[in-house]
Design a protein around this ligand. Structure first.
Ligand code: FES
Length: 323
């Protein structure tokens, strides 16, 4: 080992669906400086040890997003992730392809579902031909209007959020964090004339499938904070359209329940969300739960400290205090 280097062990996911019966992990050991980016190490392995290793990359500067992969179980950009901290924390570096996308070979995944979802949100300004922008004008926005979507243009479409998202894994109907963050960017753009339609459509096209786990925000290498943009979209959808379907009715019911007594009234929430038919459908399951936890049907009471809850709601009702 040369001075200033560390022995770095890489366990790399290898799989060629056309030839291999099952994925395997192949171990490579290199002497590298601790500040070496993971991508540099992978390229060294490919150049000096195993030319069959397949991976995607382009800019090597955290700009293009193509080198995203799982590094020690986290969605990361390989070109900006240094090996030193990974080895110090985990003792080795496990490299795997992005999740929620099928493997084409080794670390290269099929990106078509990711881009299809992006395409579906119409990530461009929608203009009304009946109200064209004045000729030669760029329809300038105020600094406050620009500020509302300051973060979303930083997205480099690396799909780290898509890979980290359990809602994508659970239901392919969920568009994914990036697509929704991009949608938000156009909904708050004052030049966009399709924002009402966008909000109406997305309510039935997966917006409410978000689980609010914030793993997308944790994974994003550009601090776009997609989970917060999804929260904003939900608030706007409810403000503009009210409770139009299951997800928004549930959110409104949840908020009203807590406002009433500081606790959820599960039975009332089911009725508010799914109506009488929903209550009847869920009755057998409800009975099973009540048999195990009879305290759930005792007379509703207000929690101690309700005055603090009321203060929160009063603040929420004052628009100038909303985030
Ligand atoms: S190679 Fe472009 S972001 Fe890593």
């Amino acid at each position: 080992m040369t001075e200033g280097t560390v022995k770095a062990t890489f366990d790399i996911y290898r799989y060629d669906p056309g030839h291999d019966r099952a994925p395997r992990y192949q171990r490579y050991t290199l002497d590298l400086a601790p500040h070496t980016p993971v991508l540099t190490a992978l390229l060294k392995i490919r150049a000096e040890i195993d030319p069959s290793l397949a991976l995607r990359y382009s800019c090597r500067s955290a700009i293009c997003g193509s080198c995203a992969m799982q590094v020690n179980s986290k969605s990361r950009l390989a070109c900006e992730t240094q090996i030193g901290p990974e080895l110090a924390r985990d003792g080795r570096i496990v490299i795997e392809p992005m999740r929620n996308q099928s493997v084409l070979r080794d670390l290269v995944v099929e990106q078509e579902p990711f881009w299809r979802n992006y395409d579906k949100v119409q990530p461009h300004l929608i203009l009304d031909p009946r109200h064209p922008m004045p000729e030669g004008s760029e329809n300038p926005m105020t600094p406050e209007e620009v500020e509302r979507f300051r973060e979303t243009p930083r997205c480099i479409a690396c799909a780290a959020c898509f890979s980290a998202c359990p809602a994508v894994e659970a239901d392919p109907a969920f568009p994914g964090p990036m697509a929704l963050a991009k949608l938000y960017r156009f909904v708050v753009d004052p030049r966009d004339q399709g924002h009402q339609d966008r909000l109406a459509r997305i309510q039935t096209e997966g917006l409410w499938l978000c689980l609010r786990c914030h793993l997308c925000t944790e994974a994003c290498p550009k601090d776009v904070r997609p989970s917060e943009r999804i929260r904003d979209l939900k608030e706007m959808a409810v403000a503009v359209q009210g409770g139009t379907e299951h997800g928004s009715k549930h959110a409104i019911g949840f908020k009203d329940n807590i406002r009433d007594r500081g606790l959820l009234n599960e039975m009332k929430l089911v009725r508010q969300t799914s109506g009488v038919v929903g209550v009847l459908e869920q009755l057998p399951q409800g009975m099973r739960i009540v048999r195990k936890r009879p305290e759930l049907i005792r007379k509703p009471h207000r929690i101690e400290g309700m005055d603090e809850v009321e203060k929160i709601y009063e603040a929420l009702d004052r628009p100038e205090e909303k985030p």
